[in-house]
Design a protein around this ligand. Structure first.
Ligand code: MN
Ligand code: MN
Length: 304
């Protein structure tokens, strides 16, 4: 999941034990779910079944999805998730599975690329970039150094990082807290400190290295609560409030007049939509992501 809004940082002081335990639990559930779903992504398998499997397994394990299971293919970099009536199946695709788990609002966020397209090198470039970033993360590191490591690793494979997709901070009930963690060398950015929770997510491509919104949205989140009058709209808003400020899928909602009301909600600023993001040149995109807690001399990866 990617975010274009800047949200103030909520993590700060060194983490309390009870908070740490919740991150650890969210991370462990995500590791288990990722391990179970990997083999289900194969040619001919249904995208909707994979998304349902992931989200139900998270709930069975006593947590909640922090956002809809993202299944983005080929030139889609992020924000694709099946609709309620989706009938598509995997072909020779480069498949990004991006999964979020929350325990009491504490979020673990991780992504892998399952390659059915015979482009293993492109997949390896984002994995290696993630590893090179994790290797240098510690309290006191400049965020620009992380972007440098990611960009140079991806370029060493002959690919480009996607310049306008970034990693991000994680805070309670806030999937995209500051700071942004860029995937290339940039001039901005602060310094990480002990107890920061961040998601690092390099995207690599053989295309343009820049994504734009394409196609309709299946993922939304609450932006501002406002009074609504229609009974169907009230019912829908109540369902949406369940997810607090976290992203949710259209297919999770009561389907009565859903498109009509959601469009109204979006126009009046009640919800924010996440259209699918695609590489501008139609290139293949790979992604790797882990959530880490920054420590004095390094970091703890909670999603591996
Ligand atoms: Mn993320
Ligand atoms: Mn993610």
């Amino acid at each position: 999941m990617q975010e274009s809004h800047a949200i103030p940082k909520a993590t700060g002081d060194i983490m309390k034990e009870e908070v740490f335990k919740k991150y650890e639990q969210a991370g462990q559930i995500l590791v288990d779910v990722m391990g179970s779903v990997k083999d289900k992504v194969k040619i001919g398998a249904s995208l909707l079944e994979v998304a349902d499997f992931v989200e139900n397994l998270i709930r069975e394990k006593g947590a909640q999805p922090a956002f809809p299971c993202n299944i983005s293919r080929n030139d889609e970099a992020a924000h694709a998730t099946p609709s309620a009536s989706d009938i598509s199946v995997f072909g020779r695709d480069m498949v990004k599975l991006d999964i979020g788990v929350q325990v009491d609002g504490y979020i673990a966020d991780s992504a892998i690329t399952v390659d059915l397209s015979d482009n293993a090198n492109l997949v390896e470039s984002s994995r290696a970039a993630l590893r090179s970033a994790i290797d240098i993360v510690r309290a006191g590191i400049k965020i620009t150094e992380i972007g440098d490591a990611i960009e140079s690793t991806i370029e060493s494979f002959g690919y480009r990082p996607v310049a306008n997709l970034t990693g991000h901070g994680l805070a309670r009930w806030d999937h995209h807290a500051s700071p942004s963690i860029p995937n290339r060398s940039v001039l901005y950015g602060g310094t990480l400190k002990e107890g920061d929770v961040i998601a690092i997510e390099p995207f690599a491509t053989n295309g343009a290295g820049h994504v734009s919104e394409g196609g309709s949205a299946e993922i939304y989140r609450l932006e501002t609560l406002k009074p609504v009058r229609l009974p169907a709209a009230r019912k829908l808003l109540k369902a949406i409030e369940e997810y607090k400020m976290l992203p949710f899928a259209k297919r999770w909602l009561p389907q009565t007049r859903l498109d009509f009301i959601l469009n109204q909600f979006e126009r009046s600023g009640i919800v924010y939509s996440y259209p699918v993001l695609k590489d501008d040149a139609g290139g293949l995109v790979s992604q790797a992501e882990h959530t880490v807690i920054v420590e004095k001399g390094g970091c703890l990866v909670i999603t591996e």
